[in-house]
Design a protein around this ligand. Sequence first.
Ligand code: C2O
Ligand code: CU
Length: 462
Amino acid sequence: MMQRKLSRRQFIAGAATIAAAGTLPGRVAAATPSDLRAMPGSAQLAPTDYPQTPIWGYQGQVPGPTLRVAQGERLTRRFVNDLPQPSTVHWHGIRIANAMDGVPDVTQPAVPPGGEFLYDFIAPDAGTYWYHPHNRTWEQMARGLYGALIVEEPAPPAVDRDEVLLIDDWRLADDGRIRDDFGSMRDWSHAGRLGNWITVNGNGDFRLAAKHRDRLRLRLVNTANARIFSLGLKGLEGWIVALDGQPLDTPAAAGRITLAPAQRADLVVDVIDTREAFLISYENDGGFALATFDIAGSARAARLPAPAPLPANPLPPLGDLNAARRTTLRMEGGAMGGMRTAMLGGRRRGMRELVASGKAWSFNGMADMPDEPLVACERGETMRIAMVNDTAWPHAMHLHGHHFRLIGGDGRLGPLRDTVLVDRGETAEIAFVADNPGDWLLHCHMLEHAAAGMMTWLQVGA
Ligand code: C2O
Ligand code: CU
């Protein structure tokens, strides 16, 4: 029997009652369907013997509504900001028109409290994407602002059910409130804001009813500020069919799955146990059930054959990698790193001064968003960026507006991704076709790291 392991957490989950599967906590906002309203709300994140948690959510819910659109179709949402802070919506992983990318001061001004902005774009690729703010992201996402964006394949694979699982890590106080120690330099210079309470779709004891031999599609999204999950299956046989929205050429048997902040994995799983099955999150000292499948009845008499690959999305093929333009991005700083100085506001500053300005990291020696792009690409050009992690921490590097492939040590190309985990001391070289005109961020998706210096941008010519 797998049990939630809570020794290091401040809650006892034993008394948790189970919310009906599919019922999301939070309140339904007075919003029309085409509005996406960021607003305060409340949710029963902790067990029911704790009070509800005041959150910020889209439509006041955690998670926000799952948006679905057919591949190649247009998504239109009027974003309304009912928060006390400016905000924007970023559509993570969508190869979007630059003006719709939701980056304050880069693609649009931040939407002030009471303001609105019309997002209107085409979703070119089928797959699992998500949306979140891009202003004070380290606070706004930690308060619950995020939701899934599903772009449907024209002919989706045959499964009994398609489930979206948004995995989050909250820092809650004993009274159920979100601790408001945002901006703690300790978090910013170490692993980022790690929490003490993990939920799936806002539920600390997430359960799904299933049948023996059911085939399920599980769309996993890591919406945590900074926590890296190491996931596994029990009582389920699974295949990874897509990463960060993009189909794998060949589905891969799902063993241990690392899901860094912002990453997604689409799994096809067959229920092979007859009583209980689990999605497990492993930590140093063991594992606990992130999701529990309560099994009753049988879906079919025999097992299904292994799933076929999903159809590929219309991405441009990489050009000649030997002829590709190369750039290096060196990450430095953080606790236990060797960084002594970095440029900030056009001046070289020592660590003490950087920290006093809320900076702890640098990209190529710069601790703030540079005025000049890391590289100006010609449209259609194949690019290589070697990201050198010269820090004592892993970083989840995300490129906006494009998907890339990792160039392996042996020259072999990895799967298409939009976010890659670069371990300490490691260099990850990515290759992509810069085919989407505009100014695109490249940043660490550990949100405290991004705010504290790990942010740059690329320019793609028109
Ligand atoms: Cu998911 Cu720049 O973001
Ligand atoms: Cu980082």
